[in-house]
Design a binder for this molecule. Structure first.
Ligand code: NDP
Length: 277
């Protein structure tokens, strides 16, 4: 079975560098595919309150027979639950659905600057960690300004920042800021949601030369940069082959060719500075 390397957090803990993402996976389906993923060797599951599948993830974890302490579970607090008390209450709900008394990583899903409650919410994450309800705390979808603000205001640095990242959208400026603070970079939509990117000639040529799939090449690129990566698939063969990307090593030259695919307009999802949901 494939073993995934651990990447250290600045808080002394660590995270399996490749995990399994479950956005847009129905609760019933999650119960099945997450169990398949765990059997294949994934030990890190990335869910969120808003995905509506925390119960399914919890059922899969229970059915897998793998001890809870060997699994790494991330969930996220949704925008409508921002605020100190609101976020702590939302965590209780998430934990009940997951059927666990702690998560390994709790993230603020979006800063949502126009709502202006991300700092209070960050303080709730700090408190939840103090209470032992979450092992590590981080953020997702934070523009640089809001990321610096929560660090300055609390002195507590998120262990990780989960944002859209793939070869067409490489987040270079944000990565520099994260590096200065010792924050790990985590890539969401790492495969560019399975679209055009996987047919890019640079990617397919490397895949042909190495006898691998385009998705494995893209995942190996994230891993080569030290990013944490959470590909999603409900297709049994892809669940397995994506995980096997941890065994694929790209040369510096191959990494550089993929680095050169970065685009000004490569973003697929919403811009965290301007969301209204
Ligand atoms: P991904 O980049 O992981 O792409 C998923 C898509 O690619 C699916 O359609 C899947 O199809 C397809 N796919 C997967 N593996 C392969 C393969 N080997 N070959 C060809 N196609 C493949 O997109 P996501 O947006 O799902 O991102 C991954 C995870 O990131 C999410 O599940 C979630 O956990 C997290 N995320 C977090 C966000 C945030 O705001 N914090 C926002 C978005 C995502 P199929 O399933 O049919 O196999």
């Amino acid at each position: 079975m494939t073993t995934v390397p651990q990447t250290p957090f600045h808080d002394g803990r660590s995270i399996p560098q490749l995990g399994y993402g479950v956005w847009q996976v129905e609760d019933e389906v999650a119960a099945d595919v997450v169990e398949q993923a765990i059997r294949a060797g994934y030990r890190h599951i990335d869910t969120a309150a808003i995905y509506g599948n925390e119960k399914g993830v919890g059922r899969a974890v229970a059915a897998s027979g793998v001890p809870r302490e060997e699994l790494f579970i991330t969930t996220k607090v949704w925008n409508s639950d921002h605020g100190y008390e609101e976020a702590l209450a939302a965590l209780d709900t998430s934990l009940a659905k997951l059927g666990t008394d702690y998560v390994d990583l709790w993230l603020i899903h979006w800063a949502k600057p126009t709502q202006g409650r991300y700092l209070e919410t960050w303080k709730a994450l700090i408190e939840a960690q103090r209470r032992g309800r979450v092992r590590s705390i981080g953020v997702s979808n934070f523009p640089a300004e809001q990321l610096e603000e929560i660090i300055e205001a609390t002195g507590v640095v998120p262990v990780i920042h989960q944002v859209e990242t793939h070869p067409y959208f490489q987040q270079r400026a944000l990565r520099e800021l994260e590096q200065r603070h010792g924050i790990l970079h985590e890539s969401w939509s790492p495969l560019g949601q399975g679209g055009e990117l996987l047919a890019d000639p640079v990617i397919t040529r490397i895949a042909e030369a190495k006898g691998t799939t385009p998705a494995q090449v893209v995942l190996a690129w994230h891993l080569a940069h030290g990013f944490v990566v959470i590909p999603k698939s409900v297709t049994p063969e892809r669940i397995v082959s994506n995980l096997e990307a941890v065994g694929l090593v790209l040369s510096d030259e191959e990494v550089a060719r993929i680095d050169a695919l970065d685009r000004e307009d490569g973003r697929i999802g919403p811009d965290p500075a301007h969301i209204e949901f």
